[in-house]
Design a protein around this ligand. Structure first.
Ligand SMILES: [Zn+2]
Length: 419
């Protein structure tokens, strides 16, 4: 049994690696020489060549990172690295809570340190070369320190508390953990914009004027009261654009990246926000919450089934005849991976459906044309791939590709209209 599971996990890891490489290659290989009219003006010909080059470099680099990471995990797992780490932390303390925190703390720190050179190269070599990177090395360093501190504090509290619950009642652990996960995600949602966001970005209230007036009057016409509209200084890191809402119920805050307001006109920004309001109006926020609860319940229930068996501990290289909580967690994470992939495909499908629905909401209020030009500008700003392979979309895309969205909006090019 232990051997079968051992080879099964290696097979999953190898399959994942090969599958992701093949999928990226398929996606790179499809390049339509002539773009459909609807999206032919997103890039001019020089920029389109640059975009293709950018795409190739990004994929090549992320493949190197994936291969490196996968080989590292396969080696670490084969050489019983997790078991050795367990011996190390159990020599250090008898408390299961301290052991669990140390175990995940060491794994987390090591993978964080390994990821730094990769993200440095991505930012200061690739993104820099194509003119996206606006961050300084100092800001990059400070961002990383903040991320490390934040994940240590939040992750430490969460893991420590969950382990404590497990020691109290292993049989009911999954149900209690479900409650904790639910409260935690609601809390993060509520506190994100007031506590975490200000650590990384400066927010300034949007000044009075045409844009603010237009946004407020559309939101009010939909029955939302907007507390505040903020501009975020996203341009200090990257030239890529974004916007989002936060808050529960009818009271909302809106955050706009300055990269968006610098490139889109006021009507286009209102159309983007109408799309976001569409997500609320059509209850997508609740759909996501319910999906999250169902997913967590299934995963925690399955974890419950394996958490009390020493077989999984031994698969991970543990030498005890009693189950070790944190080794079983790692084993579970590795084993559940294929289920996660299949579930991810389903979730992406639902997400793409909701994107079409939010687009059609904006369209209903006569904002389809503006949303169309906004989406084109955002695609161009982000150097989006205009012709992804359909299999790649099915597996990886939470948003439909630009061309499909424009078609669904019945978008017509200005050029075509004037003819
Ligand atoms: Zn959306």
């Amino acid at each position: 049994m232990v051997n079968t599971l051992y080879f099964f996990i290696i097979a999953i890891l190898v399959f994942n690696l090969l599958f992701s490489i093949i999928l990226e290659q398929i996606n790179l290989a499809v390049r339509s020489i002539k773009l459909p009219d609807l999206i032919s003006d997103v890039y001019d010909s020089d920029n389109y060549l640059k975009q293709q080059e950018y795409e190739r470099e990004k994929v090549r680099f992320s493949q190197i990172e994936t291969i490196f990471g996968s080989i590292l995990i396969i080696f670490f797992f084969s050489l019983k690295g997790f078991g050795h780490l367990q011996l190390f932390v159990s020599n250090y303390s008898n408390s299961i809570i301290v052991q669990t925190l140390l175990f995940f703390g060491i794994l987390g720190l090591v993978s964080f340190l390994i990821s730094i050179p990769f993200s440095y190269y991505d930012n200061f070599v690739i993104e820099e070369k194509f003119g996206f990177n606006k961050s300084s090395k100092k800001l990059f360093f400070i961002d990383n320190i903040k991320t490390l501190l934040l994940s240590t504090i939040i992750g430490g509290i969460l893991i420590g508390f969950l382990t404590w619950l497990y020691t109290k009642n292993p049989h009911l652990f999954w149900l209690m953990a479900l409650g904790v996960v639910l409260i935690f995600s609601l809390l993060m949602n509520a506190l994100y914009s007031s506590i975490i966001l200000p650590l990384f970005n400066k927010k300034t209230p949007l000044k009075e004027g045409d844009l603010k007036h237009k946004v407020l009057s559309f939101a009010e016409s939909q029955g939302f009261s907007i507390n505040n509209i903020y501009l975020l200084d996203g341009s200090k890191r990257s030239s890529k654009a974004n916007a989002f809402f936060t808050g529960f119920g009818k009271k909302k805050k809106i955050f706009l990246y300055d990269t968006l307001t610098n490139s889109l006109n006021n009507e286009e920004i209102v159309a983007v926000l109408a799309h976001e309001l569409g997500h609320y109006k059509r209850h997508h926020i609740w759909v996501n919450l319910i999906i999250g609860i169902i997913q967590s319940s299934i995963f925690l229930y399955f974890f419950n089934l394996i958490s009390q068996s020493a077989i999984f501990t031994q698969v991970m290289g543990g030498t005890t005849n009693t189950p070790v909580f944190y080794l079983n967690i790692i084993c579970f994470v590795l084993l559940i991976n294929p289920v996660e992939t299949i579930l991810g495909i389903l979730l992406n499908l639902i997400s793409r459906k909701m994107e079409y629905s939010a687009d059609s909401f904006a369209n209903k209020y006569g904002l389809g044309q503006d949303l169309g030009t906004a989406l084109k500008k955002i695609s161009s700003l982000n150097y989006s791939n205009l012709t992804p392979h359909s299999l790649y979309v099915i597996i990886n895309y939470s948003h439909p590709p630009l061309y499909e969205r424009l078609k669904a909006l019945n978008f017509t090019n200005e050029l075509q209209k004037s003819i």
